[in-house]
Every structure is written in structure tokens, then in C-alpha cells.
Design a protein around this ligand. Structure first.
Ligand SMILES: C[S@@+](CC[C@H](N)C(=O)[O-])C[C@H]1O[C@@H](n2cnc3c(N)ncnc32)[C@H](O)[C@@H]1O
Length: 274
């Protein structure tokens, strides 16, 4: 069994910690989602878009490649530097495209700045800050503009989290994930309460790339080592959990279990025109 070298992992922010693994295992899916959202928006080149909690930047990069003026914001300086580097490597950049450290709950943009805004797996992590973030988005979007928000459709909507929670059940130590997510009706209600109109939520599922069973711990450790439910286990229980994750991954590999899919929901909403 692979050991888990937690001692070598020093970053405090789980999103920063998992940058290389996110690029390998998550970004192929978030890039597909970004393209779906941008296709649905049908924005003309030069339109001004906001990517809230941009992470490694799949939506921002895709938007810039389409000639959209994209502003990526994230609270992580490391991720913002990463996006800035990616943007700098593009053959051409729409004027005004930027990547900035900023809190979704305190946007530094004037009112009515954007033609569209996107939150891909970000607002879902803001817990009690969700209403503030949605009000801020309403403020910076122009009348008639669209907001699209993507959430997991369940607390283990991400295959990476599901393998962990299933493995925890396998060893008789079910763990509660410390994530906020909004059920479809809660997400609609939060958007309506914030003042958005024409709110619609639709399910979205996608196939995930998945590492070989022998690599699953090494590849996914950055996603789980910082999670409080994992840290609460004794070293012996952690080892059992990791063995169970490897068994789960092997069952996927042999076809005994179906490949894990992402279960998400996409909400779209408009800013009222009057
Ligand atoms: C799960 S990642 C999603 C990243 C990206 N949107 C994607 O699709 O891959 C959530 C991101 O939200 C960022 N984040 C968390 N709290 C934030 C806040 N208050 N304001 C802005 N970004 C935040 C994290 O740093 C992280 O990059």
C-alpha cells in the first residue's frame, strides 16, 4: 500500500494544496463545464465576464480564448498567480482580462460592471456567506445579465469525495463531510432572495478521469489529508481507510463497480431589467 506522506504537505489551504492533482483529475471536467456555461451564455466577443473562485482557471482561460474580457478572482494568491501565468501564455489576450486576489463577498468592482458571471464549485463552499456573495454578484452584474452557479448535487457529488466516504463506510467509520452545498430548491431560493429572476436549476453529470488503483492514494491525498473527518481518525484507522479507498478504486478498474461520475447542478438566473 502507498504510504501517505502528510509530513511533506505544508500548504494550509486545501485548494492550494491540491493544485497539481486538480489540474490532472478535476480540470478536464471543470473545463467541460466551463465550455457548457460559456456556450449557453452565447456572449459576443469583448463581453465582460466574472469568474468567481476561479481556482486553476478553466473558465477564465476558456473565456479569454473566446475573446471575452474575463476577470478571475480567488482568495488564493497562489491560484491567482497560476492563472496569471496561464493567461500570459495565451497567444492574445482580450484587453482588461485579469486575475486578482479578491473575496467573493467583497467584490471591488463598481455596480453594473459585467455582462455575465460564473461560479463553478465556489459559492457552495461559502456557507453563511452565500447571501452576501449573491448580493455582491447581483450588484456588479448589469441589468439583464446572467449568473450561472454550479454546485455539487449532493455532499459527495464529487467522485473524489465519494470514494472517501464510501471507503469510510466500508471500514465502519462513516464520516461527515464538512462541506456546505445547497440542494436544488435551496439554491433557487437563495438566488431569488438575493433578487435574481428567471431562476432555473438543471442537473449535470459528467464522467471523471480516475487514477489507477495503485496510484489513487498518491494522486488524491492532497484532496483528503486536510479534511477534518480524515484528521480525526487515528493513524491505524487512516491506514484502514486508505486500504479501503484502494480496494474501491480497484473495483472500478476491474469493472466490478461502475466508474464514478460527477453529480452537479447548474443554476442560471438573470438580473432584473427594471
Ligand atoms: C472547488 S474550487 C473551484 C475552482 C474553479 N472554479 C474550478 O471550477 O475548478 C473553489 C475555489 O474557490 C476559492 N474560494 C474560496 N472562498 C472564496 C471566497 N470567499 N472568495 C473567492 N474565492 C474563494 C478557493 O480558493 C478555490 O479556488
Amino acid at each position: 500500500m502507498n504510504s501517505t506522506p502528510t509530513a511533506t504537505l505544508t500548504a494550509e489551504d486545501p485548494f492550494e494544496l491540491s493544485l497539481p492533482a486538480t489540474t490532472r483529475w478535476v480540470e478536464p471536467v471543470t473545463r467541460m463545464i466551463a465550455d457548457e456555461l460559456l456556450d449557453a451564455s452565447a456572449l459576443p466577443p469583448g463581453a465582460h465576464v466574472l469568474d468567481v473562485g476561479a481556482g486553476t482557471g478553466p473558465l477564465t482561460i476558456s473565456a479569454a480564448l473566446r475573446g471575452l474580457r474575463a476577470n478571475a478572482i480567488d482568495t488564493s494568491p497562489l491560484l491567482i498567480n497560476h492563472i496569471a501565468g496561464r493567461l500570459a501564455g495565451l497567444p492574445s489576450l482580450p484587453e482588461g482580462t485579469s486575475a486578482e486576489v479578491m473575496d467573493a463577498m467583497a467584490l471591488k468592482y463598481p455596480d453594473d460592471s459585467f455582462d455575465a458571471a460564473f461560479s463553478v464549485f465556489t459559492v457552495m463552499f461559502l456557507g453563511p456567506g452565500v447571501p452576501t456573495a449573491l448580493s455582491e454578484l447581483l450588484r456588479v452584474l448589469r441589468p439583464g445579465a446572467t449568473l450561472q452557479v454550479v454546485h455539487w448535487a449532493a455532499v459527495d457529488g464529487s467522485p473524489l469525495i465519494r470514494i472517501l466516504s464510501e471507503a469510510a463506510s466500508d471500514i465502519g467509520a462513516p464520516i461527515e463531510m464538512p462541506f456546505e452545498y445547497l440542494r436544488s430548491e435551496e439554491l433557487s431560493a437563495a438566488l431569488s432572495t438575493a433578487g435574481f429572476v428567471d431562476v432555473e436549476v438543471r442537473p449535470y453529470t459528467a464522467d471523471y478521469p480516475f487514477p489507477a488503483a495503485e496510484d489513487v492514494l498518491q494522486e488524491f491525498q492532497s484532496f483528503y489529508v486536510k479534511l477534518p473527518p480524515y484528521r480525526a481518525l487515528s493513524p491505524a484507522r487512516r491506514a484502514e481507510l486508505e486500504e479501503a479507498m484502494t480496494r474501491r478504486a480497484r473495483a472500478v478498474e476491474t469493472g466490478e463497480r461502475s466508474r464514478p461520475i460527477l453529480r452537479a447542478q447548474i443554476a442560471s438566473a438573470q438580473v432584473p431589467t427594471a
